[in-house]
Design a protein around this ligand. Sequence first.
Ligand SMILES: [Zn+2]
Length: 116
Amino acid sequence: MWTAELVAHQAACDCGWRGQHHYAPTEHGENLAYEEWDRDHLRPLLDAEARKHTVSAETLLALVRDVRGSLHETVDDQGHSALTQRGVGQIDVVERLEHLLDDLHRTRQGFDEEAS
Ligand SMILES: [Zn+2]
């Protein structure tokens, strides 16, 4: 007499998490269970972890100010201060960061308007 040992696939994780659904005892069912684990368990975990480590705009702003305050300058032939090659590179990075912060600020305002 032969008894099917496997009646269904159910997503499960070492940490104790269990999937909501039972899938056919086929390879396709196994894939579906895996997808459920990936979508409903792993990704939310990773997202939550990523959110914890988000660099705040405040930190970025401090960095921008810091770099702006320590630009590599030199004195040219006429005795005027000028940016060195490295200083020009620093300005480039700083401006990109400032644009990024502006974009984030605008996006945030958009969310706030939608929410109200
Ligand atoms: Zn888990």
